[in-house]
Ligand binder design. Structure first.
Ligand code: SF4
Length: 109
C-alpha cells in the first residue's frame, strides 16, 4: 500500500464568512448578501492560525514580509471587511503568532 504524504502548507487563506455585499456571477464560492451571518468563531480561527503558524515557521525566515497569493496568509470571504471587529482581532492574532506576509483579500467596497 502506498502512502500519500501531504506537504506542509506554505500559504493559506482563512475564509471568515461566505457573506458578501456583492454577488458576482464568477464567484467560486457563490458568496452573496443572502448568506447567513455565519462568521468563523474566534476559537476556530485561533486553532487554524496556530497550526498555520507552526507550519509557516519551518517555511519562512524570520522577518519575511513579501506579499503574494501563494505566500503567507490572507484573510478572505465573502467580504472580510463586513465584520471589521472580527477581521481586526484576527489580524492581531496573526501578528501575535508571527504569521508572515499577511494581507486581506477584499472587493474594496
Ligand atoms: S467574494 Fe469576491 S467574487 Fe465573491 S461575490 Fe464577493 S466580491 Fe464577488
Amino acid at each position: 500500500m502506498s502512502i500519500l504524504r501531504v506537504p506542509k502548507p506554505v500559504s493559506g487563506g482563512l475564509l471568515l464568512s461566505y457573506k458578501c455585499n456583492s454577488r458576482c456571477k464568477h464567484c467560486m464560492y457563490a458568496c452573496s448578501p443572502y448568506w447567513k451571518t455565519d462568521w468563523i468563531s474566534r476559537d476556530d480561527a485561533e486553532k487554524v492560525l496556530t497550526q498555520l503558524s507552526k507550519a509557516f515557521s519551518e517555511s519562512y525566515p524570520a522577518g519575511f514580509s513579501c506579499v503574494g497569493l501563494n505566500l503567507g496568509l490572507h484573510f478572505t470571504g465573502g467580504e472580510p471587511f463586513l465584520n471589521f471587529p472580527l477581521l481586526l482581532e484576527l489580524v492581531k492574532t496573526a501578528d501575535r503568532l508571527k504569521i508572515p506576509s499577511t494581507f486581506v483579500e477584499t472587493n474594496c467596497f
